[in-house]
Write a protein that binds this ligand. Structure first.
Ligand SMILES: CC(C)(COP(=O)(O)OP(=O)(O)OC[C@H]1O[C@@H](n2cnc3c(N)ncnc32)[C@H](O)[C@@H]1OP(=O)(O)O)[C@@H](O)C(=O)NCCC(=O)NCCS
Length: 242
């Protein structure tokens, strides 16, 4: 059998899952390898979760993420002034290699991330963290696939300085962990921070993420080499009831 015959045989032997797109209703077919992952509907282009079998219904991305005090939803261009407060603040970037953003950078960033789709090549989703009672956007959180199988993601979060130390970061990040490891069935998530960033270390530790690596002198910040810590959680480690 030549290579071409082998390739055709492999494709023929793949099992497909057929389901209705929850957004447009068209019949969609995906290879079994994609079960449980977010993929684009070929008809309407929306992110959909491929069911584990054709008997189960497919679902749209389970957004927004809701927690007792917060709603984590897709960003909109109207969020500009709230996002600017966060991303132009020196305190937000205290332990980052890059400086805060100016108005033009925030505008361009917002235009880009408001269109985020997990099923795009970027494989990224950026959400605004909104207080339920006042509707004020007080933070941003994101996830980005880090492996070619799209089963692992890197997570991050930034909270407006005025709203820190009220347990809101904890609540929002807990929502992100549940979304990734339970709702869209990822296998593993990671988060990283500067080892001097006590707030982030406390946040990840409190959520029972494992501190699984320390990289020495791997970030150049303010003219010196700084260390970073890596935290991770696999699907089986997500606390019951999350
Ligand atoms: C990290 C960050 C998201 C925490 O948000 P937050 O809303 O202030 O956090 P919470 O109020 O939920 O606090 C979580 C825990 O961290 C502790 N903590 C928060 N800030 C702290 C600080 N500056 N120093 C020490 N501990 C701190 C809290 O006391 C709490 O622990 P506890 O419940 O045992 O008391 C926020 O500081 C931030 O946006 N930092 C800049 C961006 C960043 O570093 N992101 C993380 C890496 S992607």
């Amino acid at each position: 059998m030549n290579n071409r015959d082998q390739l055709e045989r492999n494709v023929d032997e793949q099992t497909y899952i057929t389901f209705s797109c929850p957004k447009c209703g068209n019949s969609v077919e995906y290879m079994e390898d994609c079960a449980g992952s977010a993929q684009p509907c070929p008809f309407c282009g929306e992110d959909v979760i491929v069911p584990r079998s054709g008997d189960q219904g497919s679902s749209a991305l389970p957004l927004p993420i809701e927690t007792p005090r917060l709603i984590l939803r897709r960003l909109q261009l109207e969020d500009f002034s709230d996002v600017l407060e966060i991303l132009s603040d020196l305190e937000t970037f205290r332990y980052e290699e890059r400086p805060p953003m100016d108005e033009t950078e925030v505008k361009l960033w917002l235009e880009r991330v408001a269109k985020d789709k997990l099923s795009d090549t970027s494989g990224q989703l950026t959400l605004g963290i909104v207080l339920r009672d006042s509707q004020k956007l007080i933070g941003v959180a994101w996830m980005r696939y880090v492996d070619s199988h799209r089963q692992q993601a890197s997570l991050g979060i930034q909270i407006n300085n005025e709203f820190k130390r009220q347990g809101l970061g904890l609540e929002a990040f807990h929502g992100m962990l549940s979304f990734c490891l339970r709702d869209i069935g990822l296998h593993r998530v990671v988060a990283t921070c500067d080892s001097r960033n006590e707030a982030a270390v406390r946040l990840f530790t409190k959520l029972r993420m494992r501190n699984e690596a320390e990289c020495l002198r791997d970030r150049f910040i303010d003219g010196e080499w700084a260390d970073s810590l890596w935290f991770a959680m696999t699907e089986d480690e997500l606390p019951q009831g999350s």
